[in-house]
Ligand binder design. Structure first.
Ligand code: ST9
Ligand code: ZN
Ligand code: ZN
Length: 322
């Protein structure tokens, strides 16, 4: 345990707690500035992925398995890494686990961990205001992908600059990944997923590029974005009916445990991001396995009493105990 303490960061954060004192500045909405480079790249990516989808029936089983492995690795780099560890500090991870998660995170290519966690903390703190990067009050399309195709609202940057991010700056793995982000993405998101099937079992280079690389990347992006769009719009609110995030099982399934979003916004420090243990929650199972092997520890959980008190006080009445 002494050894583990030496290799883990010890900080927690409160920068992900909803700030109900924040009031949006009144006045007309600002004009949207489209970033055409992103529109073109995202369109090309989705076209490539669609082509990959059409050739899926002719792809070998080994390539399909490899595509699934790459999806799971990218997903864990986001859910267990950027989200539950680095944005919320809901558990502690040893150096080898942090290196694994940062490498998997580069495979997911969703901005570096520092930027991801900074945007995510403003999302929680100023949820559904102009200071929320993917403010769901601006509609499904904006919350899903639109926010990545336009310049950010100045409030996002202004509020984000005031966030306390010392824990991220003190984490050597986070800062190393940020420094070498572009090259790590080229290797982890594009070269390795394409190279492995071509080299080891003679898959054609085109199929290897279209399926484990482009299609897998696009599916994992959309699964993530559904948390911002669908899980902020559709589902019940058993823990807090005053906020928009919802419990959405489809999203929980596709985002390996991140769809219990009413619970998550109510209790952001819970490492399971759900009341219901391992149900539809591969990420929790993964963190538990890491704890079993001594690679993670100090998982934070909300007590049953606290949950029930909150359900009674602010729930919409849909909680199964009701
Ligand atoms: C992607 C991210 O897809 C997805 C995140 C989803 C989050 C989901 C959360 C849900 C919960 C967890 C669920 C996990 C489920 C996983 C399931 C897996 C299967 N604070 O950004 P710039 C500064 S990425 C403070 O250029 P613009 C910034 O530092 C996809 N400061 O803003 C800079 O300052 P300086 C691939 C901030 O010009 C300046 O502002 N990547 C903040 O408005 C300008 O920054 C892409 O597509 C902040 N929050 O451009 C790239 N934000 O100059 C997309 C910014 O001093 N991004 N700053 O360095 C871009 O191209 C641009 O960011 C932009 C905005 C066009 C969107
Ligand atoms: Zn979160
Ligand atoms: Zn959210």
């Amino acid at each position: 345990m002494k050894e583990m303490a030496a290799t883990t960061t010890t900080t927690t954060t409160t920068e992900d707690v909803y700030d109900d004192a924040y009031e949006e500045k009144p006045g007309p909405s600002l004009p949207v500035k489209i970033v055409w480079r992103n529109v073109i790249l995202m369109s090309l990516l989705h076209l490539g992925a669609l082509y990959g989808l059409t050739i899926l029936p002719s792809v070998s089983s080994l390539t399909l398995i490899w595509t699934g492995v790459c999806f799971l690795l990218s997903a864990l780099g986001i859910t267990a890494g950027a989200h539950r560890l680095w944005s919320h500090r809901s558990y502690k991870a040893s150096l080898p686990l942090r290196i694994f998660l940062a490498t998997a995170n580069s495979m997911a290519f969703q901005n570096d961990i520092y930027e991801w966690a900074r945007d995510h903390r403003v999302h929680h703190k100023f949820s559904e205001t102009h200071a929320d990067p993917h403010n769901a009050r601006r509609g499904f399309f904006f919350a899903h992908i639109g926010w990545l195709l336009v310049r950010k609202h100045p409030e996002v940057i202004e509020k984000g600059r005031k966030l306390e991010l010392a824990d991220l700056k003190a984490d050597g793995v986070v800062m190393f990944q940020r420094r070498y982000y572009k090259s790590s993405v080229v290797v982890m998101c594009f070269l390795i997923p394409t190279f492995v099937p071509w080299f080891f079992w003679d898959e054609s280079l085109l199929t290897s590029y279209l399926v484990p690389c482009l299609l897998r990347y696009t599916v994992s992006l959309n699964a993530t974005w559904l948390v911002n769009s669908a899980a902020h719009m559709w589902g019940m609110r058993p823990y807090d009916h005053n906020i928009n995030p919802r419990e959405n099982k489809f999203v929980a399934f596709s985002a390996i445990g991140e769809g219990f979003h009413n619970y998550h916004h109510t209790f952001p420090h819970d490492y399971a991001a759900s009341e219901f243990g391992n149900r539809l929650n591969l990420t929790k199972a993964f963190i538990d396995v890491m704890c079993f092997f001594g690679l993670a520890k100090d998982c934070r959980r909300v007590t049953r009493e606290t949950i029930m008190a909150r359900v009674q006080r602010t729930g919409d009445g849909s909680h199964k105990s009701g």
